[in-house]
Design a protein around this ligand. Structure first.
Ligand code: FES
Length: 146
């Protein structure tokens, strides 16, 4: 009887401790994981003909979506959703980006659409074109936080 009561008290204590510490652990984890979207450095090459109208590639560890716009311009964006890190996809019909995890949306420039879950934009990356060869580098096209 005494052992059973002790186990019940341990269970209540454990649940109470978890209830109060879980938000702290979550907040610390979010703070620690809030690293810049893109680490500079690294590049990948592909043929321009492979981008029709978009292609998901990896540059190092970073998923990147390369898109061909209606006017033929080729642009590249980080493909990791800034909400909870699912992979976004490009929607050529509307020329925007969509994250199906929580219906996150980004406009044609990778800017998060207000009212959807993502609170930060995708990062546009530098694309160099040499003939048919594209070089996508993990260098933000514009300075971050500008
Ligand atoms: S992970 Fe993309 S909207 Fe939540």
């Amino acid at each position: 009887m005494e052992g059973k009561r002790r186990n019940v008290l341990k269970g209540i204590f454990g649940a109470t401790a978890a209830f109060f510490t879980a938000p702290i652990v979550y907040a610390v984890g979010r703070f620690i994981s809030h690293i810049p979207d893109v680490k500079s450095g690294g590049s990948a090459t592909l043929a321009a003909s492979e981008v029709a109208p978009s292609k998901l590639i990896r540059v190092g560890e970073e998923p990147v979506v390369v898109i061909k716009e209606k006017d033929g311009d080729i642009r590249a964006f980080t493909a990791t959703c800034t909400h909870l890190k699912c992979i976004v996809s490009y929607r050529p019909q509307t020329s925007d980006f969509f994250c199906k995890c929580h219906r996150g949306e980004y406009d044609t420039n990778g800017v998060n659409v207000p009212g959807t879950r993502p609170k930060r934009p995708l990062t546009e990356l530098t694309v160099n074109k040499d003939g048919e060869t594209l070089t996508i580098s993990l260098t933000p096209l514009k300075p971050q936080n500008a």
